[in-house]
Ligand binder design. Structure first.
Ligand SMILES: [Zn+2]
Length: 457
């Protein structure tokens, strides 16, 4: 292992002063200090002392929620935890988090670290960070121009995984579940749910053939996309046997997790399938590091899910649901469309997706299940922005009647096109990189509704 040298100390002290100055000026110091540290000393992350227990969290969807939940749970259990929740999930953010929680000689102040790690940053992080555990939540198609296929990402993560790292993996996803096959690993799974189907009903299923013999896989059940329980009718290959096997009871709002010698029941933080997976993931990790089920149940009472991806309020008799739909991520977006379609009542839908990205490819919309939006209960889909014609074409292909699709306006004009009469819910589906536009649009909707119901009263 490389030794700390004068170059390392020079970088550490320089960026520590930089960090203090930034904090004094009220600036977010969760990126730049790390960036400069790596510039001044390229193997900075390798030379920094790491917390005793370092956990990396990666995967296409859910890594931010899982990282945040895990930090909250560890802290609720009394462990101060180094994390990059305010910084980037690339090496700069990781380095900044280590700097922020280190002493003047680069020793870690905390025994625990939970670091969200971008899949494509694997090569810059894992060889130097050498985490004790890595959670890989799932691997799906995402930003296809940057990421290629999920197998390509799987290879990047696998190639850079250090042999001492133990993996926490989803047995229901054969793509992320096959990451770094030589590494020690534990699996978690959710048993068959009432909403599971016999065949994949999404446009995209990226795991259709046996990874061992290339025969077409059979699925005992499919949850969504490639998530489910699969087996190969020819060579006997199948989804791995879980070490943490969850049985969900929606009526009781609980899940029972079957472990090696125990069966433990936990209250659900939220009953969406993604959040159940998120909670199961962190529970598997916490049990694995020796935290008792009682302690987990007690800590669950002290935390809540972050709500920045989903907010809901009611004015008069209309609900407004503001949800993040990650454009360029067809699976995350399909999930949101599915949710919108399954909610009861008559709906107006407003898209705030992709409105100012004229150079970006729109190919992702053809991997995304727009068909879910072809529902009698959806009255209108209102689409501002310069890419609204692309969106309209895709909706027409999904069978949505043309008279329901309203385009050709600016973001802030979009609420004016909402039909409030006979509407139960207004859904605003926003992108993640322009939260301020979303906030303004939602505020305008609130004003319109207040006026509407104020006048009516
Ligand atoms: Zn096979």
């Amino acid at each position: 292992m490389a030794k700390k040298n004068i170059r390392f100390y020079f970088s550490l002290w320089t960026v520590k002063i930089m960090r203090l100055s930034m904090k004094a000026l009220g600036k977010n110091a969760a990126h730049l200090p790390g960036k400069f540290a790596i510039k001044l000393c390229p193997n900075f992350i390798e030379l920094m002392d790491k917390p005793k227990h370092t956990i990396g969290v990666t995967g296409t969807n859910g890594k931010t929620t899982v990282s945040n939940l895990l930090v909250d749970m560890l802290e609720a259990c009394g462990h101060k935890t180094t994390n990059n929740r305010l910084g980037s999930n690339m090496r700069e953010g990781v380095a900044s988090a280590l700097i922020a929680n280190s002493t003047i000689t680069g020793k870690s102040k905390n025994d625990w670290a939970v670091l969200e790690i971008d899949e494509r940053s694997s090569m810059h992080i894992y060889p130097y960070l050498k985490p004790e555990y890595v959670i890989c939540t799932n691997l799906f198609r995402d930003s296809i121009l940057r990421n290629g296929s999920p197998e390509y990402i799987q290879k990047i993560v696998s190639d850079n995984m250090q042999k001492e790292t133990k993996l926490i993996l989803n047995a229901d996803d054969l793509i992320s579940g096959s990451v770094a096959p030589e590494n020690p690993r534990i699996y978690y799974s959710i048993r068959r749910l009432p909403s599971d189907t016999d065949k994949c009903e999404n446009l995209v299923n990226d795991c259709q053939i046996c990874p061992k013999c290339a025969t077409k896989l059979e699925y005992e059940y499919v949850r969504y996309h490639q998530i489910g329980k699969a087996y190969c009718p020819k060579c006997g290959f199948s989804s791995p046997k879980p070490d943490y096997d969850a049985e969900v009871n929606f009526d009781k709002n609980t899940m029972v997790i079957y472990e090696k010698n125990a069966k433990e029941e936990y209250e659900l933080l939220n009953n969406s399938i993604f959040n159940i997976y998120n909670q199961l993931t962190i529970t598997a990790l916490l049990r694995e590091v020796g935290i008792s089920a009682d302690k987990i149940r007690e800590s669950l009472k002290k935390i809540s899910l972050p709500d920045y991806r989903y907010t809901k309020f009611r004015v008069g008799n209309i609900d407004v649901v503001d949800m993040m739909a990650k454009e360029h991520n067809p699976i995350a977006c399909s999930v949101v469309f599915d949710y919108v379609s399954k909610e009861p009542g008559r709906k107006e839908v407003l898209f705030l997706l992709d409105d100012e990205t004229p150079k970006e490819s729109m190919c992702w919309i053809y991997d995304c299940d727009y068909e879910k939006l072809n529902s009698d209960l959806i009255k209108h889909i209102i689409i501002p922005g310069s890419r609204s014609l692309d969106q309209k074409l895709r909706l027409l292909m999904a069978g949505v009647p043309e008279e329901k699709i309203i385009i050709d306006m600016q973001d802030m004009e979009a609420p004016d096109y909402l039909e409030l009469k006979d509407t139960d819910t207004i859904f605003v589906l926003h992108q993640h990189w322009k939260p301020e536009v979303d906030k303004k649009v939602v505020a305008k909707i609130k004003d319109l509704l207040n006026k509407h119901f104020g006048e009516e009263a």
